[in-house]
Design a protein. Structure first.
Length: 63
């Protein structure tokens, strides 16, 4: 039986205004763009790297 993919629920909690441009671009790549927006992403190394880069702007939950 195939193993179920883990999912992360990512919510933006702080604004990207006044932050470095690459942090804003990382939020866009995650599918975020405004405070309170929530997206579900597959848990893999590339997503974890993006989360680490903007960890002070988001909240992450495992689903």
């Amino acid at each position: 039986m195939a193993e179920a993919k883990k999912t992360l629920r990512i919510t933006q909690t702080r604004s990207a205004i006044g932050r470095k441009a690459d942090q804003g671009a990382t939020l866009k790549a995650l599918g975020l763009g405004r405070i309170g927006k929530t997206v579900d992403q597959v848990d893999n190394e590339s997503i974890r790297g993006m989360i680490f880069k903007v960890k002070h702007l988001i909240k992450v939950e495992e689903i």
